[in-house]
Structure formats: structure tokens, C-alpha cells
Design a protein around this ligand. Sequence first.
Ligand code: AMP
Ligand code: GLY
Length: 441
Amino acid sequence: MGLVYPLPSQNASLGGKVIDLESCLGKTVLVVGGGGREHAIVEALSRSPQVSKIYCAPGNAGIGLKAFNVPLKDTDVEGLKNFAIDNAVDLTVVGPEAALAAGLTDAFRAAGLAVFGHTKAATAIESSKEFAKRLMEKYGIPTASYKAFSDYDEALAYVSARPFPAVLKYDGLAAGKGVVIAQDLEEAKAALASMLLDEAFGKGRVVVEDFLTGPEFSFLCFVDGKRVYPMPLSQDHKRAFDGDKGPNTGGMGAYTGLPFITEEDRAFAYKEIMCKAAEAMVAEGCPLSGVLYGGLMKTPQGIKVIEFNARFGDPETEVVLPLLESDIYDIFEAVATGRETAEPVWRQGFSLGVVLASKGYPGSYQKGFAIKNLDQVDAHVAHMGTAFKDGQLVTNGGRVLMVIAEGPTIAAAREKVYAEVAKIDCDNLFYRNDIAHCAFE
Ligand code: AMP
Ligand code: GLY
């Protein structure tokens, strides 16, 4: 027998409301992951009248106010499977790609458990750059042209003969560090040596592709085989500092409603990219059953794919899901079981979120700083890296919190968010002041 809930002291120190109606009528859901994305998923599930109990593994301090945190790692497939069986979980929703790449869906399905998230084979659309590029080439999905190499000398000869910048991508999961935009031969040499000779991310190939230009945006869709249900478009801000300066991060803020993307662009991206990719995956024998995330770019030659991810984006999810009017449990359950469902309904309006990160992030940073005045914030707050220490909420990660607000315009949402962010009192946080700047240029 593994962990069976409720445990007597679980969440006791969190002082918040836990959804536990002890109702045998409602559904029990397990969310896998423990960041802002999973907090947004838990929030959306908590709005479903069908859901009476939510577990989150491992969860975090903020998630613990709405769900039972379960001390299991997101890649502990056996532990999570046993937990789901022992606690009569009706549906499991997977956040991080690492859990999908570890085969969580395959193991759950083999045990007869319903799960929202792709199989290991389908997750290759994110976990292998070469798989994704081959798929796009074969099915005519627009993307930068490419060539893949396992030999350092061949890769270097190819890169040397082409214009710079050169885009070099390690063919595997590399925690967001596997893409190098080399400005000159020296940088390209160093990156290729690190990936192919030193095997910095493990043994693997390198994809070299054309350098594209234009604004990037994220198109997240719920996908069940060939059925593709689009979510509102959003844009992430990857650089640490204002003006898109500084190092790349996991994302410092996001917003919905992109004025530079026309309805025609959106329709093209939906039909020629997202639907085509879903159909291609069915044809390849590895249908999707979760979220397909298109990392897209509006280039002078049209919309092209920069990358696909096999999961909800973070921080995009935190701004997109608050706009969902439909019952998210219905959507998750339909995709998990292969049932057709109604087209999800989204609220009009705009959503914008600002990430508060630990000073030093994405480099080294300290944890354990008290976060005060959060109770005064009149907006959604997604916890990304927080913990409770002696009854006090403290920083516990690189990205710590995200404050999200809606408005009738992007400007209104932005004004509201920054007014609420200013109320938070913590000695060791920083944030960008220009989220959604592209919408005003
Ligand atoms: P990826 O992990 O593939 O999304 O790449 C990380 C970032 O590198 C992207 O968000 C882009 O900003 C940039 N990038 C990736 N591929 C290209 C490309 N072919 N041309 C220009 N920039 C790229
Ligand atoms: N926002 C970028 C990602 O989720 O990969």
C-alpha cells in the first residue's frame, strides 16, 4: 500500500482551503507537476462543478491551498501510478514534458487509468528535434530547413559554408539549454564541440537550421488524435530584462490577444500547422492526446514553426486558462478517453501576467526570503516556486510568483497587473516592467 489520502497532517500548516468535499459524487483528479503551470491547471479544475478532490504531485505552497500536495516526483511513474490506484483517482493531468518522456501515460494506460498527456512515442514531437523536423518536412508543415549531424567535423564543415547566425539544436531534452544561435564560427565551434564531442546533454545528434526572423508566439491546442481544439494565442517573454535584454529564462511574463497576428494568420496556423501536425502524428502511428504547443514565428515568408512542445507552456498557461469558460474537466476527460467534446468556449477580453523571479535568476540565486502582502493582491497569483517556512510564505525557486489579471484591453490588463505586483513585499524579487511591449509598438 502506498500513500493514501487524506493524511492527517497533510496541508495542515498551509492554513488555506483544501478542496475536499468528501463527496463520492465528484471526480478525483491528480495533477502532475509543481509550478505555475500546474497551479493554473489546479485553479481551472477547481472551477469545475464535477471535481471534488484534487491532488498535485509534488505541488507547491500555493497549490496546497487548493489541492492536496503529494510528495512524489513528477518522473516517479511507478509511485504516481500506485498513488492513483490507491486513491481512486479518476483522471490524471500531466504538466511537465519530463513525466511524459518518462512514459507516464503509457504506464497509466497499461494499468487502465485515464490520463491527459501524450504517450512517450508522441512526446517525441518535443523530445526529439530531429523527429519533429522530419515530420514537418514529410507533411509539408512550414519550418526552417535543416540538416542533422552526429559527426563533429561534418557538422562544422556544413556550418562553415553557410551564413551566420547559425541555429544549432541538440536533438533531445536539454532543459531549455539545447539551442544555440551562433553569431560566428567561433561560437558555432564551441557549441558543436560541447554537444557532439563533450556530450554536454548526453549522446545525441545536432540539428542545424536556417535562422528565421519575426515575432514569436505560442499556439496551444488541446489535441485528441485528429481533433484539435485551439486556445487563445499568447506570447511569452523569454529574456530576463526589459527590452528583451539579458539571458534566456523559462519565461518572465505572457499575455493573450496579439495585435500583430491577423485572423488570417491564426487560421493558417490552425489549419496548416496545428491540424496538419495532429494528422501527421496519427499517420505516423503516434496520435497526440494532450496539449500540442506550437512555438511559431511570423516571418516575412509567413508563419513557421520554431518548435513543437508536447505540453502546456509555462507561463502561457497561466494567462490562457483563466479565459476558459467551459468546464476543463470535460475537455481533459474527453481527450484522455478519446471522446468528442464541444468546442471549448473562451471569454472575450485579454489576460496578462508578470513573473516575479529571484534576483540572480536564471543564474544562481538564494531562497528563503519572506513574501509579504500577498493577501492584498486583487488578481490571480500563480505560485511557481514558493514554500511555507515556520508559517511564513518564502521564495523557493528561480521563478517565484506570477500575477495575472484580465481586462477589456491589453493596456487595462497591464495596468491592473502592475498595480497589484507593486503591493508584493519581498527583498529578493525582480520582474520585467514591459510585458506585452510588442502589443504597443
Ligand atoms: P527552441 O527551444 O527551439 O524554441 O529555441 C529557443 C529559441 O531560439 C526560440 O524561442 C527562438 O527565439 C530561437 N530560435 C530557435 N530556432 C530558431 C530559428 N530557426 N531562427 C531564429 N531563432 C530561432
Ligand atoms: N514558455 C515556454 C515553454 O513553456 O516552453
